[in-house]
Design a protein around this ligand. Sequence first.
Ligand code: SF4
Ligand code: SF4
Length: 57
Amino acid sequence: MIVTVEICMHCGACAGSCPKNAVFLNDTLPVFTDACNRCGRCVKVCPVGALEMEAKA
Ligand code: SF4
Ligand code: SF4
């Protein structure tokens, strides 16, 4: 996941939306773990569009 650091406002919506609990907030940024199954939910709920799915490796 790509986080646009400058616009993330740490609202926690991404963490709250994740069905896999794959994202949590640290002091500065949302952190994504390997539990992410790329469902895209967090990308959709982010109110400021700070998240973007990166191309599959
Ligand atoms: S893409 Fe889906 S599984 Fe991955 S962090 Fe976002 S909500 Fe969670
Ligand atoms: S939903 Fe968007 S603005 Fe809110 S914490 Fe997650 S990335 Fe940041």
